[in-house]
Design a protein around this ligand. Structure first.
Ligand code: HEC
Length: 442
């Protein structure tokens, strides 16, 4: 495709157009034919990369200026083509594609970066640089602008982050101080400002006491990844905050050169008003996969979980979980009446390095009739083909240490009744019809 014998700008533009991509040419009159750093690439980096690639954030290299970016150009190309960067691991060609806080680059953005690197990563005219982004104050809750200060703030126990060293996991259990059962409206996790660069991820779970007085996982509270703006519970649903509960943190620190004493990560919770009338309960729970994870040296394994409900539900989000041998996961729905199987979501480049919840846009969140089955599949690879595998020569079984494997998916479910289910289906059909008519007109 790149063998066209054309000259000038067509050399670059035509093959890309032949791929069916629309490309925005910057300054048509300029001598430069393809995309240039200022402004084409700078804009893409501002919107998709700088949140992590700036001083004080988690990425080890800053991408603010041409001088900083230029040496990385070939690796940037490699990482965006393989879709390892920005980190958002979710298959593009199958299942639901409309997701909230989807960090993936568009096909256009990827081809612009590729064309730029292939042309020798030209700078363009520095006068065309877009103005620098003004980042929100990292000490503030990002949702405060919309909702004010959180109703409850739960900090992790302090942890001393060393200046240098390897990955460290910190898993303290803390009291929530929640005394009234209220519906959660929004949740956000915030690292400290000095600790921000070293806080790779921070997940939290609600714990409640069982009859024997033991603390058990009740539900997922939140997961943090830099650049992600917490979670808002859809209006009409109620996710209850459990009274007399605790929170278990699972924080992954990675020392970044500056020691931080007594670091604390915080989770903030905003409630719906006291008189909020929700029609349905929503919960975010872990659904296990069955079957042994018996990974011999250089072995592979697969687990599956089957879960159904005696009432209709809406699936609001999906987050597979495993460790270094997990490589892929999928969520399907099986309808026993018709024998039909729907693939909802799939991740085939999973990595334990990033923990992301995939939240479906409201109008596509799967509506599941009573009796249909969620099928959760996980694939494990203990060979050296798996690039995350720390050691293919050892046996790996189930367990909660990072060197063991796990099989479960965190799924947020809104529990509907038949009437509400039919109402939602009808609304979607009406919306679909409206779209089709609009499509016919234009
Ligand atoms: C959510 C945070 C985050 C975002 C957003 C992000 N990165 Fe990264 N990036 C990292 C971290 C952390 C590392 C270092 C660890 C690693 O390689 O995974 C990294 C490493 C890299 C590397 C070096 C890889 C290597 O092998 O040395 C490149 C190149 C890169 N990122 C490019 C990008 C580009 C281009 C974008 C935007 C299109 C982007 N990143 C967006 C966090 C991020």
């Amino acid at each position: 495709m790149r063998e066209f014998n054309l000259s000038g700008r067509h050399m670059w533009a035509l093959p890309a157009l032949a791929l069916g991509l629309t490309l925005a040419l910057s300054t048509p009159a300029a001598a430069q034919d393809g995309p240039v750093f200022a402004p084409d690439i700078a804009v893409i980096l501002q919107e998709n990369c700088q949140v992590c690639h700036q001083p004080g954030a988690i990425a080890p290299m800053s991408f603010l200026s041409y001088e900083e970016v230029r040496p990385w150009a070939p690796i940037i190309k490699e990482k965006v083509v393989s879709q390892e960067m920005p980190p958002y691991h979710y298959d593009t060609n199958v299942g639901i594609q409309e997701l909230k806080s989807d960090a993936r680059l568009s096909a256009d953005e990827i081809s612009t970066i590729v064309a730029w690197v292939d042309a020798g990563a030209p700078q363009g005219d520095p006068a065309d640089m877009p103005p620098p982004v003004v980042w929100p104050d990292a000490a503030e809750w990002r949702m405060a602008e919309r909702f004010g200060q959180p109703d409850i703030v739960i900090p992790s126990d302090p942890y001393d982050i060393p200046a240098v060293g390897g990955d460290a996991w910190w898993q303290p259990m803390v009291e929530t101080g929640i005394t009234e059962e209220r519906c959660i409206m929004a949740i956000e996790t915030k690292p400290s400002v000095p600790g921000r660069a070293s806080t790779h991820h921070a997940n939290s779970q609600f714990m409640v006491q069982n009859e024997d007085g033991e603390w058990e996982t009740f539900a997922r509270l939140s997961e943090y990844a830099l650049g992600k703006l917490g979670e808002i519970i859809p209006e009409g649903s109620c996710r209850k905050a459990p009274v007399d509960s605790r929170v278990t943190w699972d924080i992954h620190y990675y020392p970044m050169g500056e020691p931080v004493e007594g670091d604390q990560v915080e989770v903030g919770i905003w409630y719906y008003p006291e008189d909020y009338a929700a029609r349905y309960e929503q919960d975010l729970r872990s659904y296990p996969g069955e079957g042994d994870i018996d990974l011999a040296p250089y072995g592979t394994a697969m687990t599956q979980g089957f879960h159904s409900f005696d009432h209709p539900v809406r699936i609001d989000s999906w987050q597979p979980h495993g460790h270094f041998r997990l490589v892929g996961a999928s969520l399907e729905i099986f309808h026993p009446n018709t024998g039909e199987r729907e693939l909802i979501s799939m991740v085939s480049n999973w990595t334990a390095y990033w923990h992301l919840s995939h939240v479906y846009e409201d109008h596509v969140a799967p509506l599941v009739p009573a009796g249909s089955v969620m099928v959760l599949t996980h694939w494990y690879d203990n060979t050296d083909e798996n690039r995350s595998n720390p050691d293919p020569t050892v046996y790996v079984g189930r367990g909660s240490r990072t060197t063991d494997e796990m099989s479960h998916d965190w799924i947020a479910i809104t529990h509907l009744d038949q009437e509400g289910y039919e109402q939602l289906l009808a609304e979607r059909e009406a919306l679909e019809e409206l779209r089709n008519t609009a499509g016919d007109d234009g």
